[in-house]
Design a protein around this ligand. Sequence first.
Ligand SMILES: [Zn+2]
Length: 210
Amino acid sequence: MKKIFENNKKWVEQKLNEDKDYFNKLALGQEPRYLFIGCSDSRVPANEITGTGPGEMFVHRNIANMVVHTDMNLLSVLQYAVEVLKVKVVIVCGHYGCGGVAAAAGNKQYGLIDNWLRNIKDVIRLHEKEFLAIDDEEARLRRLVELNVIEQVHNLSKTSIIQNAMQTDEPPKLYGLVYDIKEGYLKDLNALENDGSIKRYEHIYSLLQS
Ligand SMILES: [Zn+2]
């Protein structure tokens, strides 16, 4: 822990050298433009890979960047970010080489985390045909990372918080991104329709209602 405190002290000195009011300004409040929902993986630091500093990005991270409708932690973050902070953009960001996604694709038991990863097995089941058509294991896992992000963006869009926000004058834009640990680049997966709407399952819902 000694290193952590030393680093912190150096960082404070550096920030104060650049702007003596830096912390006073931050203490006045936050007005972040983005909500970032990412993986807990230590190689995917939200601020660093997006070039955002303190005050610019509200962040929620969990294993395999999941949007689970019974997760009170995520829902609270989302509600506060969208309704109180009024973020303009909500990002779900996955990453290639995700251990959580790889664990969900296999049959090995890891303990409590298996219950969390259970949701990714549903993504596999939903896209079974596409997976079976990919021979290479690494390519299959990379595609699963992408499809997991897309499914989580859809889950996000179906929360009452986002559904209500869509009825307002300035609804937040939703994005599904994937981060390439080997290269450092972010890629937009275009998880939504071209006009930003979520249409994919609408025909099913209308069938159920008729
Ligand atoms: Zn991960």
